[in-house]
Design a protein around this ligand. Structure first.
Ligand SMILES: Nc1ncnc2c1ncn2[C@@H]1O[C@H](COP(=O)(O)OP(=O)(O)O)[C@@H](O)[C@H]1O
Ligand SMILES: [Mg+2]
Length: 205
């Protein structure tokens, strides 16, 4: 059995979830683990001196729980797919040649070192400040962003988290999130497919 772990990271509203879902639909035997599912309860997320909830940091996330989920995929991807209600598909009868693909998506996936080390491919989706702010303001979060949250917390934390990530950067493909959804999907799908093909051909004499 062969496995590939793909990381789709980047800023808020960069298009991570959109791209990840499309990749999942196109790649057989793939599944998604999304970091947004691991936020701690609002009651335990602290406020900063300006009264903003400190959501955009690793401390606001149950990273241990997320890592356990990733580990359970790594131990038995076939079982993991079935538990998620996904049906593994085989192009060849031999399970050994199948490549299982885990797509991990989220805004701080490359900042958590034990997770960052697991990726075979890393993509980072970027968009400019004004586009990011506009896209964010058109969405409703739970809890909703209070007035001034983007400028007072989200953007400054993005800059800080990005700097931290870059001090620990491993091979990373930066994606221009202003490109169309179709163009982004085509480029990443092509790249991941090549990697899958390479894995399938490995050891085949
Ligand atoms: N390539 C793109 N071009 C234009 N809008 C996009 C693109 N990708 C995503 N969007 C839109 O931007 C918003 C945020 O996308 P989403 O995938 O949820 O971002 P993220 O998961 O990074 O926060 C959504 O409204 C989505 O439809
Ligand atoms: Mg998302």
């Amino acid at each position: 059995m062969k496995t590939l772990v793909v990381g789709v990271g980047g800023m808020t509203n960069g298009g991570k979830s959109t791209l990840s879902k499309s990749l999942h639909h196109q790649i057989p035997n793939s599944c998604i683990i999304a970091q947004d599912s691991y936020f701690k309860d609002d009651s335990v997320v602290p406020l900063d001196s300006n009264g903003f909830k400190q959501y955009d940091m690793l401390d606001a996330l149950h990273m241990d729980t997320m890592m356990r989920e990733v580990d359970s995929w790594r131990i038995d991807p076939h079982m993991f797919l079935r538990q998620q209600g996904l049906k593994p598909s085989y192009i060849t009868p031999s399970v050994d040649t199948e490549v299982y693909v885990l797509i991990v998506e989220g805004f701080l996936i490359f900042n958590h070192r034990p997770l960052n080390e697991l990726f075979d491919k890393r993509y980072f989706m970027e968009i400019p400040f004004d586009v990011c702010k506009a896209r964010r303001s058109s969405r409703v979060y739970t809890p909703p962003d209070p007035p001034g949250y983007f400028d007072g917390h989200v953007w400054p934390m993005y800059l800080k988290n990005r700097k931290d990530m870059e001090s620990n950067v491993l091979a990373m493909v930066f994606l221009d999130g202003l490109k169309s959804k179709e163009e982004l999907l085509a480029a990443v799908y092509e790249d991941v497919s090549q990697e899958i093909q390479r894995l399938k051909e490995k050891d085949r004499k």
